[in-house]
Design a protein around this ligand. Structure first.
Ligand code: KG4
Ligand code: ZN
Length: 371
């Protein structure tokens, strides 16, 4: 089965072709340079860019798949179209949905709506098969969730952030330090040049017995440190990121390492607590912040201590991409799920309905019922 995946939930436009044997082709275009001028994602600009880019990316995808000279031969091989339906920026999601629906309608091909957060976690199984049940740790720019993952279609949220996501906390510290948006990856590079002090920053919202997170306190601690050390900040300016890192003050590198350790250990404290609730066979860490070297190391240690398999996607698959959407679509298609052209977009903060259609025994499409 070959699935075309469409991703447009935030500021990355991406398409991919994935089948049972793996990735056939993938294209992605990031809008970071546009939004960096404003210090964060501007929703209207993101929607406009997705609209402009999708058809171009599609042509490029067909080219990379080797179908540019005979597009129909490519279409003859595609079985399903999967698209991110949420959570994300509503306007951006609608662009991807409209694009995917148009293709689905024109080609008479089943459409499958994908939960962006599930897709982040499940893509870990593309590289190495996942063992269920798994403890899922989803750490992205907008979300920090702990999951009990029983199967690709049964994912239950155990805990979530009450305020900022781990990625937001990283981006904010980087921004206040004078680095361009989104600063998470640059903060990682900065931290690698320094030595972490485990006592410099708090492990916020861990003196309780729940599985939720709150990173606002850490953000404030980071801001306070930067206000007290103004000489450690980069001067505001337009110099390219690489140049800035090479001239980073050593004390700032140490602070970056300490801050990232605080983020990673806070995640690990709650993940360890979740392991007391149920015994998974593996731990999955995914989302943009899972690309972070400290997060990867801290969870490697945790998994080793607990004697569990650890699945962390390769860094390119941690941040938003089309492969994860196509792969999640493939998993849903294998389980017999699909959607109608009435598929709705679900913005951030709203629950994603389990409104799949399912192929019945007699071939009819019947509404999916939860187990
Ligand atoms: O999953 P993602 O690409 O988009 C969302 O769905 O939000 O995550 C983006 C987030 C941003 O906050 C970005 O700064 C952060 O992931 N990020 C990192 C690293 N790479 C990306 N944070 C820390 N270290 C990294 N290496
Ligand atoms: Zn994402």
């Amino acid at each position: 089965m070959l699935v075309l995946g469409v991703e447009s939930s935030c500021d990355e436009s991406a398409l991919a072709l994935v089948d049972d044997g793996g990735v056939r082709a993938s294209v992605m275009s990031t809008q970071i340079d546009i939004h960096a001028l404003f210090g964060g994602v501007v929703p209207e600009l993101a929607s406009r860019e997705h609209t402009r880019l999708m058809p171009r990316l599609f042509d490029e995808l067909w080219k990379r798949a080797g179908w540019a000279d005979d597009p129909e031969s490519g279409w003859a091989r595609v079985d399903r179209i999967a698209v991110t339906r949420g959570p994300g920026l509503l306007g951006s999601l609608l662009v991807g949905l409209a694009f995917a629906k148009a293709l689905s309608f024109a080609r008479g091909m089943p459409l499958i709506g994908v939960n962006h957060l599930n897709a982040h976690l499940l893509v870990a199984g593309l590289e190495n098969p996942l063992e269920f049940p798994a403890l899922g740790v989803l750490v992205s720019g907008g979300h920090t969730h702990l999951y009990r993952m029983d199967s690709p279609t049964e994912m239950f949220v155990l805990g979530r952030t009450l305020d900022d996501a781990a990625g937001e906390a990283c981006d904010k510290f980087a921004k206040m330090a004078g680095l361009p948006y989104p600063g998470g990856a640059l903060l990682d590079a900065l931290g690698r040049r320094g030595t972490a002090d485990a006592h410099l920053f708090p492990r916020p919202y861990t003196h309780n017995d729940n599985l939720d997170f709150s990173f606002s306190g850490l953000k404030t601690a980071g801001a306070t440190w930067l206000v007290r050390h103004p000489e450690e900040r980069f001067p505001a300016g337009e110099s390219p990121a690489k140049e800035r890192l090479d001239s980073a003050p050593p004390l700032l590198c140490d602070a970056a390492a300490s801050y990232l350790l605080a983020v990673a250990e806070t995640l690990a404290i709650k993940a360890r607590r979740a392991l007391a609730l149920f015994r998974p066979r593996s731990i999955v860490v995914a989302g943009g912040v899972a690309a972070n070297s400290v997060v990867r190391r801290v969870f490697r240690d945790l998994a080793e201590q607990e004697g569990l398999e650890l699945h962390v996607p390769s860094p390119a698959l941690c941040t938003d991409n089309g492969i994860m959407v196509a792969w999640n679509g493939l998993l849903l298609a294998r389980a017999g799920y699909r959607h109608s052209l009435g598929l709705s977009a679900v913005p951030r903060g709203q629950a994603i309905p389990l409104d799949w259609l399912r192929e019945g025994k007699n071939g009819l499409i019947v509404p999916h019922c939860l187990p």
